[in-house]
Structure formats: structure tokens, C-alpha cells
Ligand binder design. Sequence first.
Ligand code: ATP
Length: 321
Amino acid sequence: MSRSTGAVAGPAATVTVRVPAKVNVQLGVGGLRTDGFHDLANVFFAVALGDEVRAEAGAPGSGIVLTCEGPDAALVPLDATNLAARAAQLLADRHGLAPDVRLHIAKDIPVAGGMAGGSADGAAALVACDALWGLGTPMADLLALAAELGSDVPFALLGGVALGRGRGELLTPLEVSGSFHWVFATADGGLSTPAVFRECDRLREEAGTGSSDTDVPTPDPSAVLLAALADGDPVALAGALGNDLQAAALSLRPALAACLAAGTEAGALGALVSGSGPTCAFLAKDEQGAQAVAAALIASGTCRTARATVGPVPGAAVVDR
Ligand code: ATP
């Protein structure tokens, strides 16, 4: 088994790429722009929970053939709308290649869970097909292709911790010391990201603040949060966690409040909805604390399951070829 970032020479017969899920330690949401997007101050944090995408050369003319395994596999579309298939198609088009590839997704990231699982698979497929076809595409070009696929795809390539501006696709890597211990509580059934943004706009209108980008100031990253990351201080990070979509996710899925409360009662330093939800994220003091919070969450019956993990971890990378 070999490990590389994906910039490998010569085509391969099979390439496996591991890619992380993300949690947004800060998700500041600006007003609705005229193009339908929101300006974000989005601090992405890559965690060790992840998917694997395996790319194998297909017979000439066979096109993209997609398969998926994992607990949520039945929820993953296996047609051309899958982000892994779209990524393979995009890369092939740019290089004038026939996208004859079998893509297999080993799915561990909850589907429609607010952890950017589809985006992760898109990033993994870009890296896997790039290695399979021996293209050696520079990282800057892969990032540009990733941004065409979706706002969260570039971060899945980069990993670590990064600030995303614009729709979230304009990334600046951030300094982090050490590791942070997390617990993720998954829910039955997903939440649609566009529906959660719409609910956020609706709640702002209802509150009388207005929801357009002339009503809502452009969000900025929290200086306290950035310092906590740089210092490797979980207590300070817990105090600075923030998600402007949380109220909207709770409005659409009120049961998440009990999950957040159960994790906090179990000793989590901080709790928040991950991205657009419904996965809930808990920051723990250390590994032992994370295991205790996960066990208490499972016992509470407020989630489908809960898992302790760690981060930050690197972005999509070849683990086997
Ligand atoms: P985000 O956090 O980026 O808003 P999410 O984690 O909430 O996204 P995803 O798991 O990416 O949500 O899935 C959202 C929808 O995308 C799914 O319901 C599914 O229809 C579609 N989709 C496309 N490709 C994939 C994929 N490879 N894995 C999972 N879902 C995919």
C-alpha cells in the first residue's frame, strides 16, 4: 500500500482515494444574493470520519458505472447526478477523454447529513480519476474543477482547517495546533441544504430583520475562534462555535434540540448542528471525553448513532493504487 496526494505519474489499473467529512466550526451566513447564493464566513474542519472512492478502468465505451456500499447506500443516487460521476465526467471532458471508469463508493459519511458527503465523493473521484488516467493535474486546477462541481468540493480536496469565503469555495488554509476530539450524532433521515437555507431566510423575514444581502451584514470569521484553533485550545474553541443555520435546522427538525442537550449534559465542551444538519457535532476535552459523550448519546436514544473521531485530517488522497 502506498500513500500520496494523488499527483502520481503514469496511468494505473485501480486507484483508491480516502476523503474526509467536514464540520463547520463557524458557519456565518450573509443575506440572500440576487444569484440565489449567500455570502458565507465558513470555517471548515476535516474529520477522520470519511468515505473511500475506488476507480477502476472500464472497458472502452462502457462509460461511468457507479456502485455504492455502506449503511446509507440506498440513499445515494447511482446515476449521472452523483457528484462522483459528475467529477469523473468533468475531468474527462477537460482532457478530451472517454470517461470509461467504474467508481465504487464505500460510504461512511451520513447522506444529507450536513457533513458534505456528496462533495467529498466528488473530490475523491477527481483525485482517483486523475491518478487512474495518469493526468497529474496540478492542485490549483483540481481546485478550480472542484469549485465548478459545488461550493463544498474544494475543501474536501484541501482538508485540514480552512476559511471559505464567497459561497464557501474561496479557501484560505488556517493554522491549527494539535488535534481536537469530536463526536458526531447522526439522525434518521436527512435535511436538504437548500431547504435549510430557505428556512433561514424565512426566519429572518419573520423576525423582521430582512433576508437579502442589503439587510444582513456580510459575516466575518470570529477572531476568538481563529485564535482557539491556532492555540489548540478545545475549551476556547467550544465557546466560539457558531452556526447561523442552526435555528433553521432546529425549526425543520425540532427533535435535534434533545440530541444537542443530551451531549451537553454528557460533558461535551460544545455542541452544534453540523452545517445544514441534521448531524449534531460535539467537541470533547480529549479522547476519553469523546468516548463518554458518544456512549451517553447512544444511550439517550436521541440519535440514530454516535461516533467519536478526531481532526483535523488531510483532504482527499490516494491510499492504494
Ligand atoms: P452539505 O453538507 O454539503 O450541504 P450534505 O452532507 O447535507 O451536504 P450530501 O450527503 O452531500 O448532503 O447529500 C445531499 C444530496 O446529494 C443527497 O440527498 C443525494 O441526493 C445527492 N448526492 C449526490 N452525490 C452523492 C454522493 N456521492 N453521496 C451522497 N449523496 C449524493
